[in-house]
Design a protein around this ligand. Structure first.
Ligand code: UDX
Length: 455
């Protein structure tokens, strides 16, 4: 590292307090730390990462907010984030000011990297004249969608989105996405979408956008995004391959690995719907009977509280519980990356959160895609239509459909072809993060851009 960068060698990270956002930003921290930077994580008191042995070199600072228990329980993700940003803006500014006051000569802040949903960072970084960088934990295509929609006529967009006949049609300019694939539903009422999108794609005073993706997955979306944004875009992922950093906020049940050890290669379907998705009890039953009728082995993550009005698995019928002891295993939370790496796993039934998508492709595992909301719909469409390593389940979930999808992936020749394509993509992803690969070079370019700012 040159002398200027030695002085400005601290990077401040600002995560969203949710698993799907904490994981990639901590991986980014690891990647930057390996390049010689000191890392300070400023996090809110909600859902904190601990300074475990994996991050013993990081500095963690926690800022207070004023959200009530009822806010934490009742607000949807977008309303929660909006309130969180308001509630913590002042304490964030104070915290950043304090770091600047106390920083040593060789430990100045090079930049603040904030999750795209932590807009509270913008004002403070601007006030202290610190370079700020947006970190997108979703795909480049999801970012592009928001950027395209932010520019279309809002009134027409709202009319079109309510037109049921349009839902299966392609959305202009976003091939192969259809109206119904747009990353809308996680963002509150449809009426608020054009405004919310303008805010999230407005990079403001940020000097760059870092995206957890790779060129080989989304080259055309990345090229378009680069043309649309006023600042450089750095695709530096998949970060879980580039810089592994275990940061589970929930305790992992490792007993499932022992169970997997007893299964035949590619014989198990792994089912997990990420950290936020809620499933209706009737869908859970269709899944259970579909799995049962498929005659295949399964490892199923059922997060406590993910089925409304149920603590955990009590709504599963007794006959199914018996079947679990014969050819299934249920846990509350799994060590997902290790599970996907396991030779027994032949397919992944996923809600298609971006991390799960990258982790599955990164292990060459084909997917059954059942997106719930937001960017998951974009990812599912790409998995089935662009990368052709997924089977998307649309419409009502019925046991016959579940049975068919599981067999397509684990038994049919079609599944073997998808696995072959997934393994080819895995190899491309691995080369992209190796020295000379596109993501590795992009990270170097980003670091060099910091040097230029320091001069
Ligand atoms: C959220 C959004 O829902 C998602 O659409 C967006 O792309 C990122 O933020 P989440 O729903 O939790 O994330 O899904 P995902 O992005 O897949 O992240 C889940 C993370 O939890 C993954 O890194 C996965 O490895 C981990 N996980 C999940 C476990 O470690 N164990 C489990 O049992 C389940």
């Amino acid at each position: 590292m040159d002398e200027k960068l030695v002085k400005k060698r601290r990077i401040v990270l600002v995560p969203v307090p949710a698993q799907g956002h904490v994981t990639p930003i901590m991986q980014l921290g690891k990647a930057l730390h390996s390049k010689g930077f000191s890392i300070t994580v400023i996090q809110t008191q909600y859902n904190r990462v601990s300074s475990s042995k994996d991050f013993s070199d990081f500095n963690f600072l926690t800022i207070p907010g004023s959200l009530t228990d009822s806010d934490l329980k009742n607000l949807g993700p977008v309303q929660f984030l909006m309130k969180l940003n308001q509630a913590c803006e002042a304490s964030f500014k104070q915290c950043l000011g304090q770091i600047l006051k106390e920083q040593g000569d060789n430990d100045e802040i090079a930049c603040v990297i904030y999750d795209e949903y932590m807009s509270l960072s913008k004002a403070a970084a601007k006030e202290f004249q610190l370079p700020s960088v947006v970190f997108s934990t979703t795909s480049a295509t999801a970012f592009l969608c928001r950027s395209v929609i932010a520019k279309v006529n809002a009134d027409k967009f709202l009319i079109d989105m309510k037109d049921l006949e349009l839902q299966d049609k392609l959305f202009p300019g976003l091939h192969p996405l259809r109206y119904k694939d747009l990353p809308t539903s996680a963002f509150g009422p449809i009426e608020s979408i054009p405004r919310v999108y303008s805010e999230t794609v407005n990079t403001g005073t940020a000097s760059a956008v870092i995206i957890n993706t790779a060129n080989c997955l989304e080259s055309s979306s990345l090229a378009r995004l680069q043309r649309q944004l006023q600042v450089p875009v750095y695709p530096i992922g998949p970060l879980h391959i580039a810089a592994f950093a275990p940061s589970s906020l929930i305790e992992e049940d490792r007993s499932c690995i022992e169970w997997l050890n007893m299964q035949k290669p590619t014989s198990v379907i792994y089912i997990s719907l990420g950290s936020l998705a809620l499933m209706e009890a009737k869908d859970m039953l269709e899944m259970a009977w579909g799995l049962s009728n498929s005659n295949q082995h399964f490892l199923w993550v059922i997060r406590p509280g993910s089925i409304p009005a149920s603590e955990w698995t009590e709504s599963l019928p007794e006959e199914f519980t018996k079947l679990v002891s014969e050819r299934g295993y249920i846990v509350k939370w799994a060590p997902q990356m290790e599970v996907l790496k396991h030779p027994a796993v032949g397919g992944f039934w996923s809600h298609c959160g971006w991390n799960s998508t990258l982790e599955s492709i990164g292990e060459g595992v084909p997917m059954i895609c059942r997106p719930f909301t937001g960017d998951q719909k974009v990812n599912a469409r790409y998995l089935e239509n662009v990368w052709r390593i997924g089977v998307q389940l649309e419409g009502e979930l019925e046991k016959e459909v579940v049975e068919r999808a599981v067999k397509r992936l684990l038994v049919d020749e079609e599944g073997a072809y998808m696995r072959k394509r997934a393994i080819e993509l895995k190899e491309k992803l691995e080369s992209s993060v190796r020295s000379g690969g596109s993501s590795c070079s992009s990270l170097d370019d980003f670091i060099n851009s910091l040097k230029m700012k320091s001069s």
